[in-house]
Design a binder for this molecule. Structure first.
Ligand SMILES: Cc1cc2nc3c(=O)[nH]c(=O)nc-3n(C[C@H](O)[C@H](O)[C@H](O)COP(=O)(O)OP(=O)(O)OC[C@H]3O[C@@H](n4cnc5c(N)ncnc54)[C@H](O)[C@@H]3O)c2cc1C
Length: 352
């Protein structure tokens, strides 16, 4: 473990948010030290990693999609090149249209240039059945192999002695200028604890509405999928016969335990579409860190400006983390105002 150190930013949590923030800070020439307790089922290790500029349920663009996509691509490509690893897969997602109403909506909306620019109209369909209403290929979608990204970044931090693998103890932090945590001094502490925020005395009382989700890694002999598919449920090709599929949403039970109910639900959906059940290789459950207004929390604590948060990326972490992290880093280093919809100040008073 490092000792008697002074760093610019001490980051708590090396999930997606902490990893992307560390990358952006390092790019800006700042020194970082990351404390992470390696929760085996943290959301980032469970997530499918899909990104998609549309909300299929409503056939609308997702919030800020056109701003988030370029930042996403720059960030993940930049990380791949720094780490000499491959985890960004901009393969597109093929959506199997579910109803005549959805079909009409796609026909109508795809006339609009801001929708048409995300759709590939000359694609080669995947060798899977449709439901009689056709399919649409979202060309600006894809997936991020989060487990590969997190472990490559973890190795990079470790090689540089920028990682402490243990739990951060909030009661040992002396907030000030500088902050002091044990024998470490830092200008800022950045909390990126995901659902672990419930142990954080500074930010646990924000308006949280976490969501449990479960995914299965399965093996199925055919068909071979060359890109992600959504037929009501997603399926991501991991190579060969291996695929990841799900997911579920549960707002009531917020534990990290895989449940029989979720497994059955995912397998039933799979069977109804593919005609057979796949072999389950792995079943994971995690908690999506989510705010009640479904926007990330980024920014400084109003009463303690030397501590900050980046959290609440909900079910869209892959898209939201890079842009929110850039906003936060420019806010901390350059004083640039945050987008008001992600600013944590919207939910925390000056006297909190
Ligand atoms: C089933 C499921 C499917 C999902 N699918 C997708 C998807 O397809 N696309 C998408 O964009 N998003 C998806 N998500 C959401 C996505 O996973 C999250 O938005 C994102 O990963 C959250 O990252 P995070 O870094 O904020 O939190 P986390 O991933 O939870 O990371 C927090 C980190 O902080 C550490 N930590 C916490 N407390 C402490 C402490 N006191 N001391 C030290 N370390 C600590 C934890 O060990 C962990 O490493 C999914 C989530 C789930 C659960």
């Amino acid at each position: 473990m490092a000792s008697n150190r002074t760093v610019d930013v001490l980051i708590v949590g090396q999930g997606l948010a902490g990893t992307v923030a560390a990358f952006h800070l390092i790019q800006r020439g700042k020194s970082v030290l990351v404390v992470d307790n390696h929760h085996h089922n943290c959301a980032s290790k469970v997530a499918a990693g899909l990104y998609n500029p549309f909300v299929f349920k409503w056939i609308t663009k997702s919030w800020m999609a056109d701003e988030l996509l370029p930042e996403l691509e720059n960030t993940y490509r930049g990380m791949e090149s720094m780490l000499d690893a491959k985890f960004f897969h901009p393969t597109g997602i093929e959506r199997i249209i579910a109803s005549s109403n959805e079909q009409k909506q796609w026909e109508r909306k795809s006339q609009r240039p801001d929708v048409a620019s995300h759709i590939d109209s000359n694609f080669q369909p995947l060798p899977v059945p449709d439901k009689g209403f056709g399919r649409v290929q979202i060309s600006t979608a894809g997936w991020l192999d989060l487990r590969t990204m997190l472990s490559a970044f973890r190795a990079y931090l470790s090689e540089n002695d920028w990682l402490i693998e243990e739990s951060f103890m909030h009661d040992e932090l002396h907030v000030g200028s500088p902050n002091v945590y044990r024998d470490i001094s830092c200008s800022h502490v950045l909390f990126c604890e995901g659902a672990g925020v419930m142990n954080n005395p500074f930010f646990r009382d924000l308006d949280w509405k976490h969501t449990k989700g479960e995914v299965l890694d399965v093996s199925m002999p055919a068909p071979e999928l060359s890109r992600c598919l959504n037929y009501g449920q997603f399926i991501v090709p991991l190579g060969g016969q291996q695929h990841r599929t799900g997911t579920t949403y549960n707002w009531d039970v917020l534990d990290f335990e895989p449940s029989e109910e979720a497994r059955e639900k995912i397998l039933r959906n799979h069977e109804a579409y593919f005609g057979a059940r796949p072999e389950v290789k792995e079943h994971r459950a995690g908690v999506r860190p989510t705010s009640a207004d479904r926007r990330p929390f980024a920014g400084k604590h109003p009463s303690h400006p030397s501590i900050a948060i980046l959290n609440a990326t909900g079910s869209k972490g892959v898209m939201l983390a890079p842009w929110s992290s850039r906003q936060l880093v420019e806010h901390l280093l350059d004083g640039r105002p945050l987008h008001p919809e992600i600013d944590v100040a919207r939910k925390i008073g000056g006297d909190a």
